[in-house]
Design a binder for this molecule. Structure first.
Ligand SMILES: [Zn+2]
Length: 833
């Protein structure tokens, strides 16, 4: 048990923002399910140390590819009291149960969960524990908020059916479903539209049998009490599912086994044994990771007519049976053979080629994702071996841009709408006021997809999109409730399996060993352990205070000493002067005096710019000459007046703001693209390429890191599409540095990263994709906690810098900073004993 962890466990209560900022969803504690829970159980909520837990479970095959039927099910608990940067880290997970294979436990998982549920019941009333932070004993309580699971896991944990016509566990018996050919499809998104929406009476366009109009209402989410009362009627005998089943006869209806279970599932979920469970607003999470992956597979399969295509000959025949979309029915050639008429989403061979070409040439920033070009199979015109995360980056950013860059389908805007839905849904901070807008948007997008695609496209995964916004409202940002961290952890557990005869034993032993090592590391300070290796984008440096404007970061690659030419020196110096608050008063005074000295009545902008470049330095030097630089401010003014030293360092690469930037000459030889840069100033976005990175200094007193960039002319070189996507052309530049008044430089700390995707048709134009920093958490404006190294942010005139970013340490590199014992779950002894 450690002091630091005990303190962190109160984070959700103590280190939160002012009332204004509290509205924004940043952590599960900001969302409705948590707040309602607190209101209902006031005595529990009174103590911030009461632990809120999430339960995650998923099966995996510890033999990797050696034995395809084996499935081990670990059950993990996630303590949500911890701050965002610790909460979803493997070091915070508690491996509470390990259910051995060979078959997956299925609905019998409840039998294995009994000890855990028993402990949860104990923890609800409370057990005695010692609070190391306060140094007192207290009654520790804990409650389970929800479970995290993939779709098959949803059925096992909730007892609801995720098969057949009632597959949606939220709509349950009102799931809009129908048999289409030999598939079940889930359409009727018009039910969610307002009752007077024109789409409702345009039946012939949509995927409704015989083109009927829609008068139905959207089903609502059933309460826990409703589900419990239905599930209590079901009699389920544990262990029965393992009995050998009667061999299915040919011609039997597929859904025979579905029909003898109630619409509300197969069993009463064991979690209803917890007294509070029935009233939890969000009991089981729909996993956005798997939904996104399946939707992406659906789209790519259908567009590129791959194996996962939802548009086959049988589907076209079924369309004719349903009497909808006659333009897609199978037609006959003059020679008597049947063919599928092209649909709006079909791509011709050249279009496929162009689209795949874009993906093959794609270079993304370091750490953004895997190399997608290796998934392109040009010969078969296919994408192969796409992993979950590849589908994630495709859906979030790349798919719409790649489609636009290759101009290969008519549905670009529609698919871009779907992509922006995923992007907004998965963002780390969400304004709840935007959520209704997001929900309306996805309803409309789904309706439009229904107009274009056949019913077979609408699998259950597409249907689930309609429920995701509501789950964000209830549970907060998606990143605390999806399977990515869990899946990563499972693959880590897999690495423990050294004895193939006893995989579970190996995992348990490996987990205990790592826990022990981690525990010891908490008390080692100043020692380099395997845990405190800096993260990939770590930009912490010890002397960050020497750098003006927070421009300090980690240097990557070679550095050489150079002498900067006079013009560049003046431009760089002017840029620093214009952004420096310390001499703002002096500059105002100078600009007031100057016209009088020249006996001018007024001054133009270019006059002022010239004066600042040529005369302000000297004027300031005279003024500050006699001050003796006792305060930090005076020291800074004196240094700035001295001007930039002409020798500096030229760097190849630089890590700052969670991004890695490399200069053009270094980057063009790599498989990644790290030179794309964007700054926002005066409400305008400027796009460029990093040409050189300089570290300059003010006579060794202060340092400043500047990027010299090629900037695209915002008038001639930028095109913006109606949905906000941007396209730029680097043959049209501005601020090239040729003129003295040009501004080719920016501070490293102002830089945001973008990457460019070449257009296949309009040569020279590049499509812009914005990159997000890794491991940074936006905690709003009014941080009550002191965060190192962000005091100078306010000196920027740029809008974005008002955002207060807090660096997330990699899970264990805090040891390097000297905080011992930060991550040890302080109730460890109770839940694993
Ligand atoms: Zn539903």
């Amino acid at each position: 048990m450690s002091l630091k962890t005990a303190e962190d466990m109160r984070w959700h209560d103590t280190e939160r923002l002012g009332e204004d900022d509290k509205k924004i969803l940043r952590h599960p504690s900001d969302a409705l399910a948590w707040k309602t829970f607190d209101e209902r159980h006031r005595d529990f909520a009174l103590d911030p140390r009461s632990v809120r837990l999430g339960l995650a479970s998923d099966g995996f095959n510890p033999y990797r590819l050696m034995n395809t039927t084996y499935s081990t099910w670990p059950v993990m608990l996630i303590p949500y009291n911890l701050p965002p940067w610790l909460c979803m880290k493997p070091s915070s997970f508690i491996l509470s149960t390990l259910i051995p294979g060979k078959p997956s436990p299925g609905n019998d998982i409840d039998v294995y969960l009994q000890p855990l549920v028993h402990e949860l019941k104990l923890l609800w009333t409370g057990v005695e524990a010692f609070d190391a932070f306060e140094g007192k004993k207290f009654n520790l309580r804990a409650a389970l908020l929800w479970t995290i699971n993939d779709f098959p896991g949803y059925a096992m944990l909730s007892g609801l059916s995720t098969k057949g016509y009632n597959e949606c566990p939220i709509c349950i018996d009102s799931t809009p479903s129908d048999r289409f050919g030999n598939k079940i499809c889930y359409c009727s998104y018009r039910k969610w539209l307002p009752s007077d929406h024109p789409y409702r009476i345009q039946g012939e366009k949509f995927c409704e049998k015989y083109g009927t109009n829609e008068r139905g209402k959207a089903p609502s989410r059933p309460s826990g009490t409703d589900i419990l009362s239905e599930q209590e009627k079901v009699e389920y005998v544990y262990g029965k599912s393992k009995a050998p089943q009667k061999k299915r006869q040919r011609g039997d209806n597929d859904n025979n086994d579905v029909q003898h279970e109630s619409a509300f599932g197969t069993k009463r979920s064991i979690f209803f044994d917890l007294v509070y469970w029935e009233h939890n607003l969000l009991r089981h999470n729909l996993d956005v990771m798997h939904i996104e992956k399946n939707v992406s597979k659906n789209i790519l399969g259908t567009l590129l007519s791959m194996d996962k295509s939802r548009d086959s000959r049988d589907d076209r025949k079924a369309l004719e049976k349903w009497r909808i979309k006659p333009h897609l029915w199978l037609s006959t050639n003059p020679n008597g053979s049947e063919y599928m008429p092209p649909a709006s989403y079909s791509m011709s061979t050249e279009e496929k080629e162009r689209f795949l070409n874009v993906l093959q040439k794609l270079k993304v920033p370091d750490g953004y994702g895997s190399n997608l070009s290796s998934c392109v199979n040009m010969k078969q015109k296919k994408l192969i071996n796409l992993k979950s995360h590849d589908n994630h980056v495709l859906m979030q950013d790349i798919l719409p841009v790649a489609l636009r860059a290759s101009n290969s389908t008519k549905l670009i805007d529609l698919l871009a709408g779907l992509s922006s839905f995923f992007k907004r849904l998965c963002s780390t901070t969400i304004d709840p006021d935007d959520l209704d807008d997001l929900q309306d948007g996805i309803i409309l997008t789904l309706c439009k997809l229904e107009i274009e695609f056949p019913p077979s496209f609408f699998t259950i995964m597409v249907h689930l999109l309609i429920h995701l916004v509501e789950e964000v409202k209830l549970g907060g940002p998606v990143r605390y409730r999806w399977m990515y961290p869990i899946e990563r952890y499972l693959s880590h557990l897999k690495s423990y399996v050294t004895n193939k005869a006893q995989p579970e034993g190996s995992i348990a032993e490996g987990f205990l060993l790592e826990e022990t090592i981690r525990f010891c590391s908490r008390y080692l300070e100043g020692v380099k352990t395997i845990f405190n290796i800096p993260t990939r984008m770590d930009d912490e440096i010890s002397n960050s205070n020497d750098y003006l404007f927070n421009t300090g970061g980690r240097v990557v690659g070679k550095e050489v000493t150079i002498r900067l030419d006079d013009k560049s020196l003046k431009q760089a110096h002017r840029y620093v002067l214009l952004h420096s608050d310390a001499i703002k008063g002096d500059m105002d005074e100078f600009l007031m005096e100057k016209p009088q000295m020249n006996s001018q009545s007024s001054a133009t902008e270019s006059d002022e710019s010239n004066w600042i470049i040529n005369e302000f330095g000297g004027w300031l030097q005279n003024k500050v000459h006699c001050i003796d630089a006792t305060t930090e401010d005076e020291k800074l003014r004196k240094s700035l007046a001295g001007g930039l030293y002409c020798y500096g360092r030229k760097l190849k690469g630089f890590i700052i703001n969670g991004f890695k930037f490399l200069s053009m000459d270094r980057d063009c030889r790599l498989l990644t693209q790290n030179y794309g840069i964007m700054v926002e100033a005066d409400g305008e976005a400027y796009f460029g390429k990093v040409m050189d990175i300089y570290e300059l200094n003010y006579y060794r007193a202060y340092k400043v890191v500047l990027f010299r960039c090629n900037w695209v002319d915002i008038h001639r070189g930028v095109r913006t599409y109606p949905n906000g996507d941007v396209c730029v052309n680097f043959s049209k530049l501005m601020h090239t540095g040729r003129l003295l008044q040009d501004d080719p430089f920016i501070f490293s700390s102002q830089a945001k990263q973008v990457f460019y995707i070449e257009d296949e048709i309009q040569i020279g134009w590049l499509h812009v994709v914005k990159n997000k920093p890794r491991d940074l958490f936006d905690l709003g404006d009014s941080l009550p906690v002191e965060v190192e190294g962000e005091a100078i942010l306010d000196t920027f005139k740029l809008d974005w810098s008002k955002k207060c970013w807090r660096k997330a340490s990699s899970e264990l590199d805090d040891y390097a900073v000297g905080n011992s014992a930060k991550f040890y779950p302080f109730y460890q002894g109770i839940t694993t004993s």
